[in-house]
Design a protein around this ligand. Sequence first.
Ligand SMILES: [Zn+2]
Length: 263
Amino acid sequence: MTTTYGHLTWENVRDADKDRVVILNVSATEDHGPHMPLDTDTVLGMAVANGVAAAAPDAVFVMPPIPYGFNEHHKDFPGVIWIQPETLIAFVCDITKSLAHHGFRRILLLNSHGSNHPVLDLAARKTVIDTGIICVSASYWNLMSARINDIRASAIGGIAHAGEFEAAMYMHLHPDRVDLSRATAQNIHDPNSKFFNLDLAGKGGGAMLMRWWSAVSPDGTMGDPTVATPENGKRFLDAAIEETTALIHEIRALPILSRVDHH
Ligand SMILES: [Zn+2]
Protein backbone atom coordinates (compact mmCIF):
# COMPACT_ATOMS: atom_id res chain seq x y z
CA MET A 1 0.00 0.00 0.00
CA THR A 2 1.26 3.50 -0.84
CA THR A 3 2.42 5.73 2.00
CA THR A 4 1.12 8.84 0.19
CA TYR A 5 -2.21 9.73 1.78
CA GLY A 6 -3.50 11.48 -1.32
CA HIS A 7 -2.94 8.36 -3.43
CA LEU A 8 -5.21 6.21 -1.26
CA THR A 9 -8.78 5.43 -2.30
CA TRP A 10 -11.58 5.67 0.26
CA GLU A 11 -11.64 1.90 0.42
CA ASN A 12 -7.88 1.90 1.10
CA VAL A 13 -8.51 4.28 4.00
CA ARG A 14 -11.36 2.14 5.33
CA ASP A 15 -9.16 -0.96 5.28
CA ALA A 16 -5.89 0.70 6.36
CA ASP A 17 -3.92 -0.17 9.49
CA LYS A 18 -5.12 2.67 11.74
CA ASP A 19 -2.05 2.34 13.97
CA ARG A 20 0.16 3.65 11.21
CA VAL A 21 1.38 7.12 12.16
CA VAL A 22 -0.06 9.85 9.94
CA ILE A 23 2.57 12.53 9.31
CA LEU A 24 1.39 16.10 8.64
CA ASN A 25 4.19 18.51 7.72
CA VAL A 26 3.46 22.17 8.50
CA SER A 27 5.93 24.70 7.10
CA ALA A 28 5.94 28.27 5.79
CA THR A 29 6.22 30.32 2.63
CA GLU A 30 8.74 33.03 3.43
CA ASP A 31 12.06 34.76 2.73
CA HIS A 32 15.16 32.60 3.06
CA GLY A 33 17.80 35.17 2.24
CA PRO A 34 18.84 36.14 -1.30
CA HIS A 35 20.25 32.64 -1.84
CA MET A 36 17.23 30.35 -1.24
CA PRO A 37 13.58 30.14 -2.35
CA LEU A 38 10.39 30.86 -0.43
CA ASP A 39 9.48 27.16 -0.33
CA THR A 40 12.55 26.06 1.65
CA ASP A 41 10.69 24.92 4.76
CA THR A 42 8.19 22.87 2.72
CA VAL A 43 10.86 21.22 0.56
CA LEU A 44 12.93 20.24 3.60
CA GLY A 45 9.99 19.13 5.76
CA MET A 46 8.61 16.93 2.99
CA ALA A 47 12.07 15.51 2.27
CA VAL A 48 12.15 14.35 5.89
CA ALA A 49 8.57 13.02 5.79
CA ASN A 50 9.06 11.17 2.51
CA GLY A 51 12.42 9.85 3.70
CA VAL A 52 10.72 8.39 6.75
CA ALA A 53 8.08 6.82 4.51
CA ALA A 54 10.82 5.17 2.43
CA ALA A 55 12.55 3.90 5.58
CA ALA A 56 9.40 2.62 7.28
CA PRO A 57 6.81 2.01 4.55
CA ASP A 58 4.53 -0.10 6.75
CA ALA A 59 4.49 2.41 9.61
CA VAL A 60 3.29 5.72 8.17
CA PHE A 61 1.07 7.68 5.84
CA VAL A 62 2.26 11.10 4.65
CA MET A 63 -0.39 13.83 4.30
CA PRO A 64 -0.18 16.64 1.75
CA PRO A 65 1.72 19.42 3.55
CA ILE A 66 0.41 22.72 4.87
CA PRO A 67 2.86 25.11 3.16
CA TYR A 68 1.89 28.17 5.26
CA GLY A 69 2.65 29.00 8.87
CA PHE A 70 2.85 31.55 11.67
CA ASN A 71 5.37 34.10 10.43
CA GLU A 72 3.82 37.59 10.39
CA HIS A 73 7.11 38.87 11.84
CA HIS A 74 8.66 38.14 8.40
CA LYS A 75 6.23 40.27 6.39
CA ASP A 76 8.67 43.12 5.70
CA PHE A 77 10.22 40.75 3.15
CA PRO A 78 8.31 40.42 -0.15
CA GLY A 79 6.60 37.10 -0.78
CA VAL A 80 5.76 36.09 2.79
CA ILE A 81 2.34 34.52 3.31
CA TRP A 82 1.33 34.55 6.98
CA ILE A 83 -1.41 32.75 8.84
CA GLN A 84 -2.74 33.92 12.21
CA PRO A 85 -1.88 31.39 14.93
CA GLU A 86 -5.55 30.97 15.90
CA THR A 87 -6.41 30.17 12.26
CA LEU A 88 -3.54 27.71 11.97
CA ILE A 89 -4.47 25.89 15.17
CA ALA A 90 -8.09 25.61 14.00
CA PHE A 91 -7.06 24.46 10.51
CA VAL A 92 -4.64 21.82 11.80
CA CYS A 93 -7.20 20.57 14.33
CA ASP A 94 -9.83 20.23 11.59
CA ILE A 95 -7.38 17.92 9.78
CA THR A 96 -6.52 15.90 12.89
CA LYS A 97 -10.21 15.59 13.82
CA SER A 98 -10.98 14.40 10.29
CA LEU A 99 -8.29 11.73 10.61
CA ALA A 100 -9.63 10.68 14.02
CA HIS A 101 -13.14 10.48 12.52
CA HIS A 102 -11.83 7.97 9.97
CA GLY A 103 -10.29 5.86 12.73
CA PHE A 104 -6.63 6.92 12.72
CA ARG A 105 -5.18 6.85 16.22
CA ARG A 106 -1.63 8.19 15.83
CA ILE A 107 -0.59 11.50 14.28
CA LEU A 108 2.74 13.32 14.08
CA LEU A 109 2.61 17.07 13.38
CA LEU A 110 6.07 17.42 11.81
CA ASN A 111 7.16 21.04 11.97
CA SER A 112 9.71 22.55 9.59
CA HIS A 113 9.36 26.27 10.43
CA GLY A 114 10.59 27.61 13.78
CA SER A 115 7.68 29.80 14.81
CA ASN A 116 5.16 27.03 14.16
CA HIS A 117 6.62 25.15 17.12
CA PRO A 118 4.34 26.58 19.86
CA VAL A 119 1.35 26.62 17.50
CA LEU A 120 1.67 22.93 16.67
CA ASP A 121 2.31 22.07 20.31
CA LEU A 122 -1.09 23.62 21.12
CA ALA A 123 -2.78 21.95 18.14
CA ALA A 124 -1.48 18.54 19.25
CA ARG A 125 -2.67 19.11 22.82
CA LYS A 126 -6.10 20.25 21.59
CA THR A 127 -6.35 17.17 19.35
CA VAL A 128 -5.74 14.87 22.31
CA ILE A 129 -8.37 16.70 24.38
CA ASP A 130 -10.94 16.79 21.58
CA THR A 131 -10.49 13.26 20.19
CA GLY A 132 -8.64 11.04 22.68
CA ILE A 133 -6.19 9.86 20.00
CA ILE A 134 -2.39 10.24 20.17
CA CYS A 135 -1.17 13.44 18.51
CA VAL A 136 2.50 14.38 18.83
CA SER A 137 4.21 17.56 17.64
CA ALA A 138 7.91 17.88 16.88
CA SER A 139 10.24 20.26 15.07
CA TYR A 140 12.55 17.93 13.18
CA TRP A 141 15.79 19.71 14.16
CA ASN A 142 14.96 19.17 17.84
CA LEU A 143 15.02 15.41 17.25
CA MET A 144 18.65 15.57 16.08
CA SER A 145 20.38 18.41 17.94
CA ALA A 146 23.45 16.39 18.94
CA ARG A 147 23.89 15.07 15.41
CA ILE A 148 23.62 18.59 13.93
CA ASN A 149 26.47 19.64 16.19
CA ASP A 150 28.55 16.64 15.07
CA ILE A 151 28.15 17.52 11.38
CA ARG A 152 28.14 21.33 11.31
CA ALA A 153 30.97 23.55 10.11
CA SER A 154 29.52 26.79 11.53
CA ALA A 155 29.73 28.10 15.08
CA ILE A 156 26.67 28.35 17.34
CA GLY A 157 24.36 30.90 15.73
CA GLY A 158 25.27 29.66 12.26
CA ILE A 159 22.16 27.46 12.05
CA ALA A 160 18.98 29.45 12.57
CA HIS A 161 17.17 30.48 9.39
CA ALA A 162 18.47 30.05 5.84
CA GLY A 163 21.81 29.27 7.48
CA GLU A 164 24.19 26.33 7.12
CA PHE A 165 21.65 23.59 7.93
CA GLU A 166 18.85 24.59 5.56
CA ALA A 167 21.18 25.73 2.78
CA ALA A 168 23.17 22.49 2.88
CA MET A 169 20.08 20.27 2.70
CA TYR A 170 18.45 22.31 -0.07
CA MET A 171 21.75 22.21 -2.02
CA HIS A 172 21.81 18.43 -1.63
CA LEU A 173 18.21 18.10 -2.88
CA HIS A 174 18.07 20.83 -5.57
CA PRO A 175 21.48 22.43 -6.21
CA ASP A 176 20.00 24.48 -9.05
CA ARG A 177 17.75 26.43 -6.67
CA VAL A 178 20.41 27.61 -4.19
CA ASP A 179 22.85 30.38 -5.13
CA LEU A 180 25.53 30.58 -2.45
CA SER A 181 27.27 33.38 -4.37
CA ARG A 182 24.45 35.59 -3.08
CA ALA A 183 24.67 34.35 0.53
CA THR A 184 26.07 36.30 3.47
CA ALA A 185 26.73 35.23 7.06
CA GLN A 186 24.46 36.86 9.68
CA ASN A 187 25.37 35.35 13.02
CA ILE A 188 23.56 37.36 15.70
CA HIS A 189 24.15 34.88 18.52
CA ASP A 190 25.54 36.50 21.68
CA PRO A 191 27.92 33.96 23.27
CA ASN A 192 27.66 35.90 26.54
CA SER A 193 23.90 35.38 26.79
CA LYS A 194 22.86 32.87 29.42
CA PHE A 195 19.27 32.41 28.20
CA PHE A 196 18.84 33.41 24.53
CA ASN A 197 19.83 31.01 21.76
CA LEU A 198 18.11 30.97 18.38
CA ASP A 199 20.47 28.33 16.95
CA LEU A 200 18.36 25.36 15.82
CA ALA A 201 20.70 22.94 17.61
CA GLY A 202 20.34 25.00 20.80
CA LYS A 203 16.69 24.04 21.39
CA GLY A 204 15.72 27.71 21.59
CA GLY A 205 17.55 28.48 24.82
CA GLY A 206 15.77 29.07 28.10
CA ALA A 207 13.98 32.26 27.10
CA MET A 208 12.40 33.38 23.84
CA LEU A 209 12.20 36.76 22.11
CA MET A 210 11.06 36.81 18.50
CA ARG A 211 11.66 40.27 17.06
CA TRP A 212 10.58 41.65 13.70
CA TRP A 213 12.78 39.72 11.29
CA SER A 214 13.75 42.90 9.39
CA ALA A 215 15.03 44.42 12.65
CA VAL A 216 17.62 41.69 13.16
CA SER A 217 18.51 40.54 9.63
CA PRO A 218 19.29 42.83 6.68
CA ASP A 219 18.63 40.19 4.01
CA GLY A 220 16.44 37.59 5.74
CA THR A 221 19.32 35.28 6.70
CA MET A 222 20.03 34.32 10.29
CA GLY A 223 23.06 32.04 10.45
CA ASP A 224 25.96 31.20 8.16
CA PRO A 225 24.99 29.66 4.81
CA THR A 226 28.42 30.43 3.35
CA VAL A 227 29.91 27.22 4.81
CA ALA A 228 27.08 24.96 3.58
CA THR A 229 27.97 21.98 1.38
CA PRO A 230 25.69 19.45 -0.32
CA GLU A 231 27.75 16.65 1.28
CA ASN A 232 26.90 17.89 4.76
CA GLY A 233 23.35 18.51 3.56
CA LYS A 234 23.00 14.80 2.85
CA ARG A 235 24.39 14.00 6.29
CA PHE A 236 21.95 16.43 7.96
CA LEU A 237 19.01 15.01 6.00
CA ASP A 238 19.95 11.37 6.63
CA ALA A 239 20.22 12.11 10.36
CA ALA A 240 16.84 13.90 10.33
CA ILE A 241 15.20 10.93 8.60
CA GLU A 242 16.78 8.40 10.98
CA GLU A 243 15.79 10.26 14.13
CA THR A 244 12.28 11.00 12.89
CA THR A 245 11.87 7.34 11.93
CA ALA A 246 12.91 6.36 15.46
CA LEU A 247 10.25 8.73 16.81
CA ILE A 248 7.65 7.15 14.50
CA HIS A 249 8.43 3.70 15.91
CA GLU A 250 8.03 5.07 19.45
CA ILE A 251 4.69 6.69 18.60
CA ARG A 252 3.47 3.48 16.95
CA ALA A 253 4.27 1.53 20.13
CA LEU A 254 2.65 3.97 22.57
CA PRO A 255 -0.31 2.51 24.47
CA ILE A 256 -3.72 4.08 23.90
CA LEU A 257 -4.80 5.09 27.41
CA SER A 258 -8.32 5.69 28.68
CA ARG A 259 -9.49 8.65 30.71
CA VAL A 260 -10.72 8.12 34.25
CA ASP A 261 -13.42 10.51 35.43
CA HIS A 262 -12.99 10.94 39.18
CA HIS A 263 -16.01 13.17 39.75
ZN1 LIG B 1 13.44 27.81 6.94
